[in-house]
Ligand binder design. Structure first.
Ligand SMILES: [Fe+2]
Length: 255
């Protein structure tokens, strides 16, 4: 059973973290940086990312020039899968983040990197959040899976095991790889939105690539500060979704 709304801890009061996107305050340079990042990343990815990601870009018209306005984006996204985006000023704490996911709300940084720092980010900006994460939230099954991760996260954090769900999130939604037929593809947003790590994750001969399972994900640490030393590879997008959806909060918290 999932926690009900009334059982959630006070820290799950995520709306206090939401700010206005301030879209009208983005400068012409901000929009130009978005366009540069978008064009560069689409070229870089080619078909190295799973097809559903590219479908999401088309469905949500993310190739439209300029930083997306969240209201316009939500009109498309919410009608498709019930997800919506909200603007936040930076990283939100894990309890808030997973509470948002559990309600099909995805936080988007209300800022974009500068041209001088195209490849360096202290905190995820709106390019990472929108380009990396939002296309897959247009996919019905993946959208359901991410909501489930949110519910797992709320329960796991309440039980003192937040790191377990953070690792599942990391090795699937953020840095997962998946097979598509015979080919190895990018699944995770952290890879799809990274100029350096996208090719590295697929082509480096110095990293480990291990089969994805929920158990392995829970027991595999990750790095925030450097490219990943190992990636978990799912048999398919459908397998990732099925494996994560099959996990109950009780199983996740069991020692
Ligand atoms: Fe992310």
């Amino acid at each position: 059973m999932f926690q009900s709304q009334v059982d959630r801890p006070p820290a799950a009061h995520w709306p206090t973290y939401v700010v206005d996107q301030g879209w009208a305050d983005f400068t012409a340079e901000d929009h130009a940086v978005w366009d540069l990042l978008f064009e560069r990343q689409v070229d870089l990815l080619g078909t190295r990312v799973i097809g559903q990601f590219l479908d999401g870009i088309d469905l949500l018209r993310l190739s439209h020039p300029g930083i997306p306005e969240l209201g316009e984006l939500n009109a498309m996204l919410t009608s498709r899968t019930g997800w919506r985006t909200v603007a936040v000023p930076g990283l939100v704490p894990d309890p808030i983040f997973f509470a948002m996911l559990s309600e099909r709300v995805f936080p988007i940084g209300n800022f974009i990197r500068t041209r001088d720092e195209l490849d360096y980010l202290e905190a995820p900006d709106c390019f990472h959040d929108l380009f990396g994460h939002i296309p897959m939230l247009a996919h019905h099954d993946f959208a359901e899976m991410v909501e489930h991760v949110g519910r797992l996260g709320v329960a796991a954090i309440a039980a003192g095991h937040g790191e377990r769900v953070a690792r599942i999130y990391w090795h699937s939604v953020e840095f997962g790889l998946a097979r598509e037929g015979e080919e190895l593809k990018i699944l995770g947003a952290g890879l799809a939105s990274s100029f350096g790590e996208a090719h590295f994750s697929l082509e480096s001969e110095t990293v480990e690539r291990l089969p994805f399972s929920v158990e392995r994900a829970v027991n595999t640490p990750y790095r925030h500060d450097v490219f990943q030393p190992r990636y978990l590879v799912s048999g398919s997008l459908d397998q990732t979704v099925a494996d994560v959806l099959a996990l109950s909060p009780e199983e996740l918290q069991a020692d």
